[in-house]
Design a protein around this ligand. Structure first.
Ligand SMILES: Cc1cc2nc3c(=O)[nH]c(=O)nc-3n(C[C@H](O)[C@H](O)[C@H](O)COP(=O)(O)O)c2cc1C
Length: 173
């Protein structure tokens, strides 16, 4: 089995992180891999917002937890959060953004970092705090909608192997 496929098969969602920040060189590689995801008509509809400000992550965490209806940190204390948004006007925007998230999960794993997809990015758009946060960095919340986040950092604990794949996953004709 080649290294790319091994990397895909060994990636797991990480829900415990070290406090140490992700080095910029690795972050840049992960982001670059995200930007090279395929996109409908090659239009590159998604954008990525890197969040490393602890106060901003704390506020987002509160909002995300409120939407989730839970009293825990949905970002698992990760030192970095990557929020992926997509151009609302593009017909393949959500699919494009999902591929960006997938590319970055695999790229992160390949360099020894851990990620977990954290949902509810779309619902967060209703919050004034989120809108203002986006406007502050030059992202128009009327043009872009959140698709998902990745918590990103060095894994503190690596979960067990993935569950077996379901029997009827693949059909052939
Ligand atoms: C669209 C999507 C949304 C997800 N949302 C969350 C989430 O909000 N919180 C979380 O802890 N994991 C979330 N996950 C991670 C899944 O729970 C995880 O991928 C699944 O349990 C399989 O585990 P694995 O990633 O280790 O293979 C999400 C995954 C996807 C693809």
């Amino acid at each position: 089995m080649n290294e790319v496929i091994k990397n895909i098969l060994t990636r797991r969602s990480i829900r415990q992180y070290e406090d140490s920040q992700v080095p910029d060189e690795l972050l840049d590689e992960v982001l670059l891999a995200g930007t090279y995801a395929a996109s409908g008509r090659g239009l590159q509809a998604p954008i990525i917002l890197v969040i490393q400000d602890k106060e901003v992550i704390k506020e987002l965490s509160k909002i995300n937890a409120e939407i989730f209806g839970r009293d825990t940190d949905p970002f698992f204390g990760a030192p970095t959060v990557l929020m992926v948004l997509t151009d609302r006007s593009r017909s393949t925007g959500i699919e494009d953004a999902s591929l960006v998230l997938g590319n970055m999960m695999l790229a992160a794993h390949s360099v020894g970092l851990g990620t977990c997809w954290v949902h509810r990015a779309r619902e967060q758009m209703d919050y004034e705090y989120v809108k203002n946060m986006l406007i502050k960095v030059g992202i128009d919340p009327n043009k872009y909608v959140g698709v998902g986040h990745l918590s990103l950092g060095y894994p503190k604990a690596v979960p067990k192997k993935a569950a077996p794949r379901k029997k009827d996953y693949i059909y052939k004709i």
